[in-house]
Design a protein around this ligand. Sequence first.
Ligand code: 9UX
Length: 72
Amino acid sequence: GMLVGQFTIGGMTCAACVNSVEGILRDLPGVSRAVVSLATSLGEVEYDPTVISKDDIVNAIEDAGFEASLVQ
Ligand code: 9UX
C-alpha cells in the first residue's frame, strides 16, 4: 500500500519555491500526493514504496537545488 513520508526542506524562500518543489514531487513516479509548507519547511509525500524510496524522494528535492532530509 501507499506510505506517507515527511521531509524537512531547506532553501525555500518564496511561494514559487513551494510550487516548484510540489511540482517536482508530484511528477515523480510512485508519488500520489505532495504538500509542502513554506512556514514549517515540511513536506508530506504519499508514495508507493514498491516504485520509489524515501531516499529517491530526498535526492529529487536536492537535485532541484534545495536541501532535504527525512523527518523519520
Ligand atoms: Mo522565489 Mo524560490 O523568487 O527557488 S522561486 S526564491
